[in-house]
Design a protein around this ligand. Structure first.
Ligand code: SDX
Length: 431
């Protein structure tokens, strides 16, 4: 962020205010309103933050009009095609692609933190067996504050580093345990001889009664899904983590807040909602009915997996996900998957419909991900936990960036008050 010699002029009640304009590396200029209230005694108003930059960040950049997504300057298509998730984690956390030695050291550190405290196993038994895995993850990750006291002091750089590695390393184990718990199978411990994605697949699908061989096709697809969900600027759950962390709360509690926010169907819960929608549509001949419903202002139904606050063009992650869906389903011999056929026809019809074209509603990251995850053997309830697992590195990287920013202060928005002005209390007998 650089100061420019440009200013924005605001005229209000006959007075003129010059507001500094800041220039980013990429994207629109920013009007710095930090002194506005002190100078003009007014707030700005932007529910949903459609035009508000909440922070400066150097981690991820999105150009919604052009359908561009960069992580530390590298296009998502390059990272999804040429990199792998733990290398992307290193990039997001430390700002540069690692050397071979740095990558090996990082992967070893993550691998050696994949087990959870043995006493946490008992924590799971407090949940009903039919609990949603996201409910379990929200609770268990929050409870990490009670198990890892030696990495909760955010003022200690070493503890911040350990907490970061622990979160990235343990989320697959916790997600797999949440899944195993809900299906009544025993927990499967992580293995240090497996890569990150293979470890997760084995912890989800292995049973003590027989050996589980990880299919390299599935682990490559899994790793790519992790990469595609890793970070995405100041989305709702990342903003939740930043706001919670701004009070100085420990990272585990703040990540739990992010998981809770991600669960919503307008955000990370959309992948589960999208697959359920595609199943409800059921066949291509029912598509026009559902498109009509999505366009009907009196019908709360929306096309899940469509639309985005920032992308007003194709979500670049959806493009990679769609290619991956074709590849994985063909390799698994389910290329005629009816859900995939419905998804492709729904996309085709929606993108020819003026309602979606005029409102710039395109498939987002959640539109195809569920189809791949279902083909890989995951139940819909595990779709958002996998999104949360993938996004943990984004939450942690943004948390780390904020905590290390000397300008950091507690987040405390103001409001447009529409309630009663001051009035005298009336005793109950006189009301
Ligand atoms: C994610 O922020 C991120 O970066 C999120 C994410 C990430 O990686 O972190 O990318 C992940 O959350 C992706 C989005 C997943 N959610 C869904 O797929 C749910 C369906 N999508 C919608 O709920 C909606 O598109 C949002 C929530 C994603 C975006 O909401 P906005 O920007 O507030 O859009 P809007 O509600 O202002 O909609 C603009 C117009 C409205 O019509 P008008 O009032 O202008 O007449 O488009 C319509 C909406 O009714 N619209 C839709 C629609 N999405 C928007 N109409 C039908 N179907 C849809 N999906």
């Amino acid at each position: 962020m650089t100061d420019t010699n440009k200013t924005a002029t605001l005229t209000l009640d006959g007075k003129t205010y010059e507001l500094p304009v800041l220039s980013p590396t990429e994207g629109p200029d920013v009007i710095d309103i930090r002194k506005l209230y002190g100078q003009a005694n007014v707030f700005t108003y932007d529910p949903g933050f459609t035009s508000t930059a909440s922070c400066d960040s150097s981690i991820t950049f999105i150009d919604g009009e052009e359908g561009v997504l960069l992580h530390r300057g590298y296009p998502i298509s390059d990272l999804a095609g040429k990199s792998h998730y733990l290398e992307v984690c290193y990039l997001l956390l430390y700002g540069a692609l690692p050397s071979a030695a740095e990558l090996e050291d990082f992967e070893t550190r993550v691998t050696r933190h994949t087990m959870v405290h043995e006493q946490m196993h008992r924590f799971f038994t407090g949940f009903r067996r039919d609990a949603h895995p996201m409910a379990i993850m929200t609770g268990v990750v929050g409870a990490m504050s009670a198990f890892y006291h030696d990495s909760t002091d955010i003022s200690d750089p070493w503890q911040r580093e350990v907490a970061s590695i622990r979160m990235i390393a343990k989320m697959p184990t916790i997600a797999a345990m949440a899944y195993k718990y809900t299906i009544g199978q025993p927990f499967v411990y992580p293995r240090n001889d497996l890569d990150y994605a293979s470890n997760f697949l084995r912890m989800c699908f292995a049973v003590p009664a027989e050996e589980y061989q990880v299919d390299p096709i599935l682990s490559r697809a899994m790793d790519r899904i992790f990469t595609l969900h890793a970070d995405h600027e100041q989305n709702a759950s990342t903003s939740t983590v930043r706001l919670a962390s701004s009070s100085g709360a420990n990272p585990f509690a703040c990540i739990a807040a992010g998981i809770a926010c991600l669960w919503g169907p307008a955000h990370g819960g959309a992948n589960q909602a999208c697959l359920e929608m595609l199943r409800e549509i059921g066949s291509v001949d029912k598509i026009p009915e559902y498109i009509a419903r999505a366009k009907d202002k009196n019908d709360p139904f929306r096309l899940m997996g469509f639309g985005h606050r920032v992308y007003k063009n194709f979500d670049p992650r959806a493009k990679v996900m769609k290619e991956s869906a074709d590849e994985v389903l063909e390799l698994l011999g389910v290329e005629n998957n009816p859900t995939l056929q419905v998804a492709k026809e729904l996309e085709r019809q929606a993108l020819e419909d003026d309602y979606f074209v005029s409102k710039k509603l395109f498939p987002n990251v959640d539109f195809y991900s569920g189809i791949i995850l279902e083909a890989m053997g995951f139940p819909t309830a595990m779709f958002t936990p996998i999104f949360a697992l993938s996004r943990t590195v984004g939450w942690i990287s943004q948390w780390k960036e904020m905590i290390e920013d000397p300008q950091m202060k507690i987040g405390r928005p103001r409001q447009l008050y529409t309630g009663a002005s001051e009035r005298p209390y009336v005793d109950v007998e006189n009301r």
